[in-house]
Design a protein around this ligand. Structure first.
Ligand SMILES: [Zn+2]
Length: 473
């Protein structure tokens, strides 16, 4: 059996393709094209994170819609506190980042997620005539250093916002290969060796990118295991100067880690999954908005969100998350990273309808969707007040119901009360390795959440419709 040996140029091309997928640049195998594109990459593209595509963006829209309907008592209290581990890599003869630099980095990250992240008043474009908002959204997302004891991070305990606190999770690692970093080569071995904690813990690695990349990240809705985390250039931090030297690369990558695609994901015709970021065809590069902002999708509402942390602008331009991005990040945290909590024993949760319940105003085929965090595979939801059988109840593990017989649980129409008992066969209650302890395997699937949906049929005559859910075990 012979093996096809790829040419050196083809290997370069494969490597390059992995980098430039998001920028839409076609890869050519000729050597001079490779050099040309590499230079292009160095001068313009700040991130190697590939957007999740339409399926991922649909998942974001669904999760946020369900999050809105989730009873507040089911949600974690705000502000959320994200435990952080800093990994500072360095080469032989070099040195890790100083405590002062790490402190400035954490402080900048925290500030970027508050409403005190504002445009630079020294810039001519920092006026309400050009920007949508002079300052960012108060996201209620905060970052504290995780506690490291005996080489273990549980994610349950933080030591505050000082990087010099006792037991702080700051890891200094001398490794020439990992420091001089190529994603396709160094990501897996570095993270397999160094990653700490569960899905709640933000592992941030500081490395040197010889290809000119600034960083990359993982999304919360993917199975990342130890590969979870963000990797950013060690020279992109506050005080480093230049176009990308204010620390916004870390903010951008943490945005991905909390579930945000690029603002230009989906171009003019699809979406980044976030409702209030204007559609954008291309990444914005540089920072010269002058008197007008670019509008690469003129037929859709709003100029390009070039001041958003999730674009490719220079750091001086970046200062903003939108309210929709905040909601997305909180929903992603709740269902994919926190994953804890769920329904207490003997607790009965009443789901809130966002249509009048008396008389029920569910138009034919209109749907309501809810999401429950899981600490069990077995949940029952009851629907009462549906005398004529005009409304059906559906439940599904980890995704929105299809609203048909393919769902794991479909209620029977008719009667004053109908019931759905979601019950998996062959339940394994063993948490999956490297996952939050509450994540369950149900029907041989790992499950973060249970979705509950109701759908109206015909002209509904239901009165005082109420949906309640409780756990069976
Ligand atoms: Zn990015």
């Amino acid at each position: 059996m012979s093996h096809h040996r790829p040419t050196f140029a083809a290997i370069q091309c494969a490597f390059l393709t992995a980098i430039v997928t998001i920028s839409g640049i076609e890869c050519h195998s000729e050597h001079h094209h490779y050099i040309e594109h590499l230079r292009h990459l160095q001068s313009t593209d700040r991130c190697e994170t590939t957007d999740p595509g339409k399926a991922g963006e649909d998942a974001i829209i669904t999760a946020v819609a369900a999050f809105r309907n989730t009873p507040k008592a089911q949600r974690t209290s705000l502000p959320i506190v994200v435990p952080v581990c800093f990994h500072t890599l360095y080469a032989t003869g070099g040195a890790p980042l100083t405590d002062e630099k790490l402190q400035m980095t954490l402080d900048h990250l925290n500030q970027a997620f508050t409403a005190s992240s504002c445009c630079d008043t020294a810039q001519a474009w920092c006026t309400s005539a050009i920007v949508d908002s002079l300052c960012s959204t108060e996201t209620q997302i905060t970052f504290e250093m995780a506690e490291l004891v005996g080489g273990v991070v549980t994610g349950d305990t933080t030591v505050g916002t000082q990087v010099t606190a006792p037991n702080v999770c700051v890891i200094r690692t001398e490794n020439d290969d990992w420091f001089t970093h190529t994603k396709s080569i160094d990501e897996a071995p570095m993270k397999e060796a160094l990653h700490l904690g569960d899905r709640r813990v933000l592992n941030a690695y500081f490395v040197d990118f010889p290809n000119g990349s600034l960083g990359y990240a993982t999304f919360p809705f993917n199975e990342n295991g130890k590969l979870d985390g963000v990797v950013v250039g060690f020279d992109t931090l506050p005080g480093d100067g230049g176009r990308f030297g204010e620390g916004d690369t870390l903010v951008h990558e943490v945005g991905h880690w909390l579930g945000l695609p690029h603002t230009f994901a989906g171009g003019c015709f699809a979406s980044d999954g976030v409702l209030d970021t204007a559609k954008t065809r291309d990444p914005y590069r540089g920072c010269t908005p002058q008197l007008t902002r670019p509008d690469s999708c003129p037929t859709s509402t709003g100029a390009d969100p070039i001041f958003n942390f999730m674009d490719y602008s220079d750091d001086i331009c970046m200062y903003e998350f939108t309210a929709g991005q905040k909601e997305t990040m909180l929903a992603m945290w709740e269902f994919y990273r926190l994953g804890d909590g769920g329904i207490a024993a003997n607790e009965i949760i009443q789901l809130q309808l966002d249509v009048p319940s008396n008389p029920i105003d569910l138009f034919p085929r209109q749907k309501q969707l809810y999401m429950l965090r899981t600490n069990t595979c077995e949940v029952t939801c009851n629907l009462s007040g549906d005398k004529e059988g005009d409304v059906d109840l559906f439940m599904e593990y980890d995704q929105a119901p299809q609203f048909d017989d393919s769902d794991s649980c479909v209620s029977e129409s008719g009667g004053n009360t109908e019931s759905c008992r979601l019950k998996s066969s062959g339940v394994s209650m063993v948490p999956v390795a490297c996952r939050n302890r509450s994540r369950r395997q149900c029907n041989d699937r790992t499950v973060d959440a249970i979705y509950v949906g109701i759908q109206g049929y015909g002209i509904s005559t239901a009165q005082n419709l109420v949906v309640t859910c409780f756990r069976n075990s």
